[in-house]
Design a protein around this ligand. Structure first.
Ligand SMILES: Cc1ncc(COP(=O)(O)OP(=O)(O)O)c(N)n1
Ligand SMILES: Cc1nc(C(=O)O)sc1CCOP(=O)(O)O
Ligand SMILES: [Mg+2]
Length: 196
């Protein structure tokens, strides 16, 4: 799995950052009318296809399917509503969020393409009920998931990413450290270098 996993909140970020050499990006759209969501997913797929970048669509698995995307990310609540039979039948891979051992057991029972553990560090992106997991939990998660790729997420930065990978994560996902950087392009290049 790609080590550098970029997550963005709007397709405009994909247009801006994917051409720099990003190979794995999640489009995580929130609070947006559904027609606009579809339009963004469609454009994101076009850009990612043109740059040999894997697009992962967050939450909107049905639209992802209709727009011929092949990878989605689902959280525990998303999983309640998802039709895994339909997702599998369409050959769509999926990554699943986990925050505790119960969620991990549940996630692994679906045979996901990856499991995400978060928040590794405190995040300012969204309010979360879980305390930061820390690096020891990353190592423990990797022992438990075995060959299933593990994504570390939450409060990650260029400076923190190497420690999360060394602790056992196969991939490190990031929003704020890039999207709110003074120079997001320069920060993206630093991430690519750090994770190469
Ligand atoms: C790689 C990755 N890990 C975790 C999440 C969080 O998913 P979820 O819990 O469904 O929360 P939202 O992102 O939908 O707010 C993620 N998106 N990506
Ligand atoms: C969207 C998300 N999910 C998390 C989880 O633990 O499931 S942490 C998180 C936020 C990641 O953003 P940042 O890099 O800005 O902290
Ligand atoms: Mg979700």
């Amino acid at each position: 799995m790609e080590k550098f996993y970029l997550i963005v909140g709007h397709v405009d970020w994909i247009a801006r950052l994917v051409p720099l050499g990003v190979k794995l990006v999640q489009l995580r759209i929130k609070d947006t009318p559904i027609d606009e969501v579809r339009a963004q997913i469609r454009r994101a797929k076009q850009i990612c296809d043109a740059h040999d970048c894997q697009l992962i669509v967050n939450d909107y698995w049905q639209i992802a399917m209709e727009e011929h995307c092949d990878f989605v990310h689902l959280g525990q609540e998303d999983m309640d509503a998802a039709d895994f039979e339909a997702i599998r039948a369409a050959n769509i891979r999926f990554g699943l969020s986990t925050h505790d051992e119960g969620e991990l057991d549940r996630a692994l029972s679906f045979n996901p393409a990856y499991v995400a553990l978060g928040p590794v560090y405190p995040t300012i992106l969204k309010k979360m009920k879980w305390a930061p997991q820390g690096l020891e939990r990353v190592t423990r998660w990797k022992q438990m998931v075995g060959d299933v790729p593990l994504v570390g997420i939450g409060g990650l930065s260029v400076e923190r990413a190497p420690g999360v990978l060394a602790a056992g994560a196969d991939s490190v996902a990031v929003v704020t450290d890039i999207q709110f950087a003074d120079d997001p392009e320069a920060r993206t290049r630093e991430w690519i270098k750090t994770c190469s």
